[in-house]
Design a protein around this ligand. Structure first.
Ligand code: ADP
Ligand code: ADP
Ligand code: ZN
Length: 213
């Protein structure tokens, strides 16, 4: 099963993806995570991506398309995968369709997680992430048992550089202008599965697994 998780920054894509990995035993491919790892390692890719990420802008299509093309050819993707944060523009979606056609494969479901803007700002500005294992938390909505310590691995929690009010505002604008058109793109293909993304994390997980089964 090949799935795209679509939704604005803060919709809960990463949170749900981690639960779906356990349920379906297919990998999560997060372009954001791959880019942040490259920034941390200081690779050429990381150096190029950082300036865009800091401003809340999208990294150029050619760069992320190349990353995904490499990744979906890995053996662990043979049984399926979940794309989290990709595609984010119509050219990325078109490139993805092209690569999948070459692999005689296709996307089965586009899970579109819907959350209002006010809630998104609250979620993003309170988000905390584990430095070691990448687990996500929220200072109010999903706090760890011990402040700033990961429940799962004991790692230190940090706040992403781009989770400040200014960058969040531009990321939400970029989403509306460049990513929202993908809903129409995938509606034409009959693949959009809208999900109400407000409420308990486990309830939302139930809504998603229901449409996938
Ligand atoms: P995305 O990957 O779509 O940007 P995340 O999964 O990282 O979003 O979630 C953004 C923030 O919102 C995190 O701090 C997370 O803990 C929190 N969050 C996720 N789902 C919910 C929910 N249903 N209700 C409240 N907060 C949530
Ligand atoms: P979120 O869903 O919480 O906004 P991500 O971790 O998916 O955050 O993305 C963080 C940043 O990484 C984006 O603001 C953008 O600069 C870059 N990025 C991630 N995925 C893509 C993509 N598919 N195309 C272009 N830029 C991307
Ligand atoms: Zn951890």
């Amino acid at each position: 099963m090949n799935i795209i998780l679509l939704g604005p920054p803060g919709a809960g894509k990463g949170t749900q993806a981690k639960m779906l990995v356990d349920q379906y035993q297919i990998p999560q491919i997060s372009t954001g995570d791959i880019l942040r790892a490259a920034v941390k390692e200081g690779t050429q890719l990381g150096k190029e991506a950082k300036s865009y990420m800091d401003k809340g802008e999208l990294v150029p299509d050619s760069v992320v398309i190349g990353i995904v093309e490499e990744r979906i050819k890995e053996p662990d993707c043979a049984k399926g995968y979940m794309l989290d944060g990709f595609p984010r523009t119509v050219p990325q979606a078109e490139a993805l369709d092209g690569m999948l056609q070459n692999l005689s494969s296709m996307i089965d479901h586009v899970v579109s997680i819907e959350v209002g803007k006010e809630e998104l700002v609250k979620r993003l500005t309170g988000r905390r992430t584990c430095r070691e294992c990448g687990a996500g938390y929220h200072v109010m909505f999903d706090p760890p048992k011990t402040e700033d310590v990961c429940d799962k691995c004991g790692g230190e929690l940090y706040q992403r550089d781009d989770d400040n009010v200014e960058t969040v505002t531009s990321r939400l604008e970029v989403y509306e202008a460049q990513t929202l058109p993908l809903i129409g793109y995938y509606k034409t293909q009959g693949k959009v599965r809208p999900i109400d993304g407000v409420g308990d994390i486990k309830d939302i997980f139930g809504r998603i697994t229901q449409v996938l089964s």
